[in-house]
Ligand binder design. Structure first.
Ligand code: ATR
Length: 278
């Protein structure tokens, strides 16, 4: 039997067990995926000890993603770029870390818009400069876009992100002032919200989409609620929208494949199952 986990603190709200449990069941695999609550002070011991306890690997969520980044023996190039690790496994005795949020974001765009969507996108605008923004920019960098603008309320964090992700990038990464978004929006065929604005209990992300290109795609990584005020406004302008739930589902795919040896599918059935739990 193969055992995997999601580790965090707190952990009871994680939807990962529902996703992986669904796939274990759907593919008839002999495995488990369990929640483990580990306080930050104990995380180092957990990291070095989970394999001896019979776990093949697992996911890492808040607040441990940076500690996991620092604690693994080796990281994928993508995790290195993002600066955070959310997926762990052991290979030839070495503890590996990956960041699958970037793949989740891009995988969801591919699935929702159809592969080749990037042919219509030369400029993307990413709002926010936290961990999620880093993953989104790292994902977009692997596609043949011309440039990515990053805009954040705290401008210095956008500068830091751009500086960290620029080396080796074939996509130009520029920053845009949060107060001057109106100047960038008309040039952006892809607009992505990675801030917490629009999340239940938070104010909406109030940006004017009236001058966005008619072909623009507006994506939100917030998924509670699924239809954020941003996506509602985009749909009202007849822009294409991509909600945040798909990213959550797609980011789970690489870990499952690694631990359980099957590439799982993100089906409408799985989406409905998670939707019912939001
Ligand atoms: P995550 O890891 O999910 O990206 P985070 O690192 O806490 O979370 O980042 C939250 C993002 O939402 C940041 O870009 C933050 O902007 P600041 O860097 O200026 O704090 C953004 N954000 C949160 N509340 C905001 C608000 N009221 N207005 C604008 N941006 C906001």
């Amino acid at each position: 039997m193969t055992k995997a986990f999601v580790v965090g603190h707190p952990i009871k709200h994680s939807r990962s067990p529902l996703i992986h449990g669904h796939w274990l069941n759907a593919y008839g695999l002999d495995g488990t995926y369990e929640r483990i609550d580990v306080a930050p002070v104990d995380f180092g011991d957990f990291l070095t000890g989970f394999h001896a306890q019979g776990f093949a690997g697992g996911n890492v969520t808040l607040p441990h993603k940076e500690a996991a980044f620092l604690g693994v023996g080796r990281r994928t190039e993508r995790a290195q770029r993002v600066g955070a690790v959310n997926t762990l496994w052991v290979e030839d005795g070495v503890l590996w870390g990956d960041n699958t949020d970037a793949l989740g974001f891009i995988g969801n765009l591919d699935a929702t818009l159809g592969t080749g969507w990037e042919q219509d996108v030369d400029t993307a605008l990413v709002l926010g400069a936290g961990g999620a923004a880093r993953a989104v920019v790292a994902g977009l960098q692997d596609r043949p876009l011309k440039r990515i603008f990053v805009a954040n309320r705290t401008g210095s964090k956008a500068e830091d992100l751009a500086r960290d992700l620029r080396p080796g990038s074939s996509v130009l990464i520029e920053t845009a002032a949060w107060e001057a978004l109106a100047r960038v929006i008309p040039h952006a065929q892809l607009i992505v919200n990675t801030t917490s604005l629009g999340m239940a209990g938070q104010p909406p992300l109030a940006i004017d989409l009236s001058r966005a290109p008619r072909s623009a795609v507006v994506a939100d990584i917030v998924y509670v609620p699924l239809e954020t005020p941003l996506l509602t406004a985009a749909a009202a302008q007849n822009l294409r929208v991509v909600d945040g739930l798909g990213m959550l589902l797609h980011q789970a795919v690489p870990g499952f494949r690694r631990w359980f040896g099957v590439t799982p599918e993100v089906t409408p059935e799985l989406r409905a199952l998670i939707l019912a739990d939001l």
